[in-house]
Design a protein around this ligand. Sequence first.
Ligand SMILES: [Fe+2]
Ligand SMILES: [Fe+2]
Length: 190
Amino acid sequence: MLLFREKVPAEWLPKVLANLPAVLVDHAHLERKAATSALNLEKYRDLYSRVEELNAIAIEELQHFQLVLNLLKHRGIPFGQPYPSPWIAGLMKSVRHGVKQQAIDHLVACSLIEGRSCEKFQFLASELKTIDAELSTFYASLVESEGNHYATYLLMARSIDDAETDRRLDFYLDLDAKLIREPNPLPILH
Ligand SMILES: [Fe+2]
Ligand SMILES: [Fe+2]
C-alpha cells in the first residue's frame, strides 16, 4: 500500500497526455536512473548482504529501460536528453551523510520514487486505455514491478533500523507532499 500524503496534482495527467513522445523519452531515462540507483545502493556496508537482490532490481530496471527504448524505436521517437526533475532532486538533496543514516535516507527516497512511479503508471494504464491501447498495456505491465521495488527498498531500510526508518519516512512523506505541489510545466513523469 502506498503511503503518500498528497495526491498527484490535477495538472499532471493532462500535461503528460499532451506530451507523450517527450514523456516516453523521460521515462526511458527514469528507468536508466532507477537501474543506477539500485547499483549505487550497493556501496553501503548495511546493504552488502543484499547485493544480489539489488542486482536483480538493477537488471529489471535495465529491462524496463530497454522496453521503453523499443517503444521509442517503433514509434520513430528519437532518444534524447533528459530533463532534470526538481521533485527527484529535492528528495535526493535531503539524503544525509553519515553511513547508517545515509543508507536509510537513500533507500527511503528511492522507495518513494518507485512508489510514485507505481501510482502514476496505474493512472496512465487506466487513462490511456481508449487513447493508446499499446501504451496502456505497457504501463499496466510495469505497475507490479515498481510497487515491489517500493516495498523492497522500504523493507531494506527497516531491516537496518526500524525506528529511524519511521522517522525518515515521516520526513520524506512531508517533503514529497510539499515538492509534488510545486508547478512543473516540463514534459516529465516526476
Ligand atoms: Fe522500472
Ligand atoms: Fe522500479
